[in-house]
Design a protein around this ligand. Sequence first.
Ligand SMILES: CC(=O)SCCNC(=O)CCNC(=O)[C@H](O)C(C)(C)COP(=O)(O)OP(=O)(O)OC[C@H]1O[C@@H](n2cnc3c(N)ncnc32)[C@H](O)[C@@H]1OP(=O)(O)O
Ligand SMILES: N[C@@H](CCO)C(=O)O
Length: 368
Amino acid sequence: MKIETKVEKFNEPLYLESGRLLEKFEIIYETYGELNEDKSNVIVICHALSGSHHAAGRYADEAKPGWWDKFIGDGKAIDTTKYFVICSNNIGSSYGSTNPMSIDPSTKKEYRLKFPVLAISDIVKAQMKLYKRLGISNAVAVIGGSMGGMQALCYAIEYPTFAKEIIALATTAYTRPWAIAFNKIGIEAIRHDPIFKNGNYAKDDLKALGLPGLAIGRMAGLICYLSPNLFNKKFGRDYASTDGLYELFGRFEVEKYLEYNAYSFPKYFDPLSYLYICKTMNIFDAGRNKDKIEDSFDKVQANLHLIAFSDDMLFFPEEMEEIRDIMVKLGRENQVTYKLIQSQSGHDSFLVEVEKFENHVREILKDK
Ligand SMILES: CC(=O)SCCNC(=O)CCNC(=O)[C@H](O)C(C)(C)COP(=O)(O)OP(=O)(O)OC[C@H]1O[C@@H](n2cnc3c(N)ncnc32)[C@H](O)[C@@H]1OP(=O)(O)O
Ligand SMILES: N[C@@H](CCO)C(=O)O
């Protein structure tokens, strides 16, 4: 599979939902496969909170491949021998697209806390500018999970003729207090971390010390991304063999797991990006600026495919069923499908249990 990483720079303003703007911006993205002559074989992949444009394939120096490598590749459900797949890094995220640590052209300094709050619609608007630059005016499908699913819904509502198929996994039409509450742990922990210095942290401090506040936020995140059953199966009440049972800070395996994954997170993810992305997810509401959410979904022209996971404790299956019910209420039952996957990995099942939904996606994409 051919992987290419590219950057597009836009010396034009991006007008944001908030009324603010980014004077200029850039997007880093990866593509897989070949664009056909009439540019009609595009599939757009949207990533979640800590994901990146590196969705598939493996570079020579990498221990692990891209985050959806099981799903995207030659002969895989998103078949790169057939489709030209694009995954761009969301603006706001710290993997290379414009983000809070980018230079603000008006001050020539990093934006940091002066970066504007972004909405999902801003991220999608920026991506649409990328496709226009590439001469791409429509896609076979837009596919994303979690925050990527929010983007997929946004495409369906705000760019109704862009994609024929919208596949949204493990997501919601509007973020509920339960999810906002989990994010709050991270937001508070980061803000009160002395290394954070109200966003003016020294980059070297971060490299040397990590940011414990971000690690605590990730720990809260990991709990709601996984599930009680997964924890029971994975760890049981096993105790770390290196630790003493009567040592105060001796750890159960589950604690060791959380520590490992949480404290490694600040090594590759920026705390300001984390704060801004949490805000973007928290304020997502597909019904914003409409009298009722039905008015938003009434605009959808694509086929909308919803894939929920039975043990998702961040965006519960009921939240996806609600979208299905709205479409049915609107008389669009022929335009919506809903599939509930019996999952065992919680919200992150969309990342790890690909074998349970890949055939469903193959079926959706068949002959398209
Ligand atoms: C679109 C996107 O969202 S992309 C972003 C996806 N990435 C993330 O969410 C980042 C966090 N990663 C994870 O939570 C997981 O890797 C998942 C959910 C993506 C995948 O889960 P799994 O494949 O089941 O991996 P698992 O949870 O077993 O292991 C994750 C890590 O914990 C380690 N680990 C597992 N058990 C233990 C334990 N008892 N103690 C300490 N560490 C442990 C593993 O060795 C692995 O380490 P590594 O990343 O250095 O290889
Ligand atoms: N675990 C994924 C999904 C969170 O919604 C991430 O970190 O992006």
